[in-house]
Design a protein around this ligand. Sequence first.
Ligand code: RIB
Ligand code: CA
Length: 318
Amino acid sequence: MATPLPVLVDVDTGGDDALALLLAMASPALEVRGISCVAGNCGLEQVVTNTLRLLDGIEAPPVPVAAGMDRPIVDAGLPPPALHGSDGMGDLGLPGPRRRALSMHAVEFLRDALTEAAAPLTLICLAPLTNIAMLLRTYPQVGEKIARLYAMGGTYAAPGNATPAAEFNVRCDPEAAAIVLQSGLPVTLYPLDPFVQVRITREEAEAMTRAAGAGARIAGGIALHYCRYFGADFSLIGDAGTVAAVIDPEGASTVRSPVRVELTGGATRGATIFDRRLWAAEEAEDGFSEIEVVTGVDAPRYRRLMAAALGVEDMLGD
Ligand code: RIB
Ligand code: CA
């Protein structure tokens, strides 16, 4: 068995962040060294509560959880999207939490975790990038201890979701996204283009709610919540696709492309502008930074990966 990849996960739990955490905690390919929370899908306190409740629900080992920034760097933050339910995590009624978050701020926790790591760590960022931007601005030297930063956010060629032009995580905190995506660090962006490709059907979700494993039951409950909210016969695995791309990069198609976050546009604030011109110059235009971006994924492959991690291979078909 290969040595698990040590990772730090930044979340705004969030139903689909919960799906991502369920995959990350269950996968033998990853060692979750810590979880940092940031305001986004719901207020910071609710994000922390949801994250702790989820970990209690799967009787997870005592992984450190730290609360971070409670609002974006400049804006006041977007209203919590109703699609995640009133508690932000599908209103499953999970008890608790019994476990507690660290008393230290998430930025300090991330600084310590990276500084003390024997080798550079992988960051998996599934939320507005406020914590990560504050980390890079406050302790720039930690950049040397970041092996790669995977971030769910933005769009490559897809439309936005928070606005016609912008995806929620980036639109929540455009300045933070600009700081991180244009940092020069090794960044892989997982935008809405692949985000919308990987589904769980309503039938599969219903079966998962009766699974033997607590993680599968919780994942099924969350997926079923989204099906009911949208009146659809499927849900997305959402942020979990980002974790799948870390675990199994062969299942993702990526390109290297210059990106810039729009900060001043009236209708376009928070848009991730990629220079997709066929004749794009060798050198990135001023203000653009080259990053890796996932343009598409092998959805059946990532559904199988999720099914295997949750022990529901018999419920999640191809
Ligand atoms: O736009 C989707 C992203 O915004 C997901 O990470 C979701 O959890 C929200 O944070
Ligand atoms: Ca999220």
